[in-house]
Design a protein around this ligand. Structure first.
Ligand SMILES: [Zn+2]
Length: 141
């Protein structure tokens, strides 16, 4: 089946909430910087961010700047806008983040036809402005 170009979901339809554990991730995104929560003591990465490191119990956190590249771990092809049901081709993905072993992020991929997205595909971060001045990390082929 041919779907055609994959698009990010419209940013004006996306709203996020933050908390003290996740806000540094979103502030970095506003600066165009992809990051992941890393334990400040043992170096273990964890996404989503949590208050306490599951490996060592530390509350210390680092937010290193990652390369902004990733590898598609899984994906789906969708052809309806989830908000209003209109025809809209997009590809939700789970990606493994380069530079932060063991971390994965949910996002959308664009910049190629939907049917060309595949597991193992290399992608790079692509920022989508969303509601309330936040910026969402998506990925492009
Ligand atoms: Zn730790």
């Amino acid at each position: 089946m041919t779907y055609g170009p994959a698009r990010a979901l419209p940013g004006d339809q996306i709203r996020i909430t933050t908390n003290p554990d996740t806000e540094p991730f979103w502030q970095a995104a506003k600066e165009g910087r992809l990051t992941a929560c890393q334990c400040g003591d043992c170096g273990h990465f964890r996404m989503p961010p949590t208050a306490i490191c599951p490996e060592c119990g530390s509350r210390a956190k680092n937010w290193p700047t990652l390369p902004g590249t990733a590898t598609v771990f899984s994906f789906a092809i969708c052809n309806k806008n989830p908000k209003n049901g209109e025809d809209y081709v997009y590809v939700p993905v789970v990606v493994d983040l380069d530079g932060a072993p063991g971390t994965r992020l949910n996002a959308n991929v664009s910049g190629c036809d939907a049917e060309d997205v595949h597991i193992g595909m290399k992608v790079s971060v692509d920022w989508t402005p969303i509601q309330d001045g936040w910026v969402l990390p998506n990925f492009k082929a």
